[in-house]
Design a protein around this ligand. Structure first.
Ligand code: SF4
Length: 180
C-alpha cells in the first residue's frame, strides 16, 4: 500500500532543525484538518455519502469529521437543490460559522439552480452567500467532489492570515450584507 505523508511547508532545514513561517504552518494544519458541514438537500447529497464512505474515503484528506454544528465547522458544503425557502436557513447556518470559513457549491443546483429554472428555486447559492469553489455536474461524481475539496485545500493552505481583515474581504462582506 502506498502511503503518502503530508509535505512540510517551504522552509530552511538542516540537521536537527527546520525553520519556516508561522503562516505556512497554520496553512498546513488548517488545510489538512478541515471540518465540513454537509448541507445536503437532494441527490448530490447521495454522492457526498459515497465520497465519505470507504471507497473514496474523505478521511484521507483529514476531513472525516463532519460537523453538524455550524460553530464547529470550517467548510460549508452545499449539495442539492436549494428552494428559496431553504435560502434563509442556509444563510443562517453560514452566518453562524466562525471565521475563517470556506464554501463549496457541489453540483449544478447549488451552483446555478441546475435544471430547476423556476420561481421557487434559488438560482445558485452565490445569490445569498459567497462561494469559493464550484463543482460542476448533475450529479458530480465523488472524484469531482474530491477535486473540488482539494481546490479548497489549496486555497486554505495559501490563504494569508490577514485576508479576513483585507479590503477585498470587506468588499465581499459588504456585497453580501454580512456584518463583520
Ligand atoms: S445537480 Fe442534479 S444530482 Fe445534484 S441535486 Fe441537482 S438535480 Fe440532483
Amino acid at each position: 500500500m502506498n502511503i503518502s505523508v503530508v509535505k512540510s511547508p517551504e522552509g530552511i532545514e538542516g540537521s536537527g532543525f527546520f525553520a519556516t513561517s508561522l503562516a505556512k504552518v497554520i496553512g498546513l494544519a488548517r488545510k489538512n484538518s478541515i471540518w465540513p458541514l454537509p448541507f445536503a438537500t437532494s441527490c448530490c447529497g447521495i454522492e457526498f455519502m459515497a465520497t465519505m464512505a470507504s471507497h473514496y474515503d474523505m478521511a484521507r484528506f483529514g476531513a472525516e469529521r463532519n460537523s453538524f454544528s455550524p460553530r464547529q465547522a470550517d467548510l460549508l458544503m452545499v449539495m442539492g437543490t436549494i428552494a428559496k425557502k431553504m435560502a434563509i436557513p442556509l444563510r443562517q447556518v453560514y452566518e453562524q460559522m466562525a471565521e475563517p470559513k470556506w464554501v463549496i457549491a457541489v453540483g449544478a443546483c447549488a451552483s446555478s439552480g441546475g435544471i430547476f429554472d423556476t420561481y421557487s428555486v434559488l438560482q445558485g447559492i452565490d445569490e445569498i452567500i459567497p462561494v469559493d469553489v464550484y463543482v460542476p455536474g448533475c450529479p458530480p461524481r465523488p472524484e469531482q467532489i474530491l477535486d473540488g475539496f482539494m481546490k479548497i485545500q489549496e486555497l486554505v493552505g495559501k490563504e494569508s492570515l490577514r485576508r479576513r481583515n483585507s479590503e477585498e474581504y470587506a468588499k465581499i462582506q459588504e456585497r453580501y450584507h454580512i456584518e463583520g
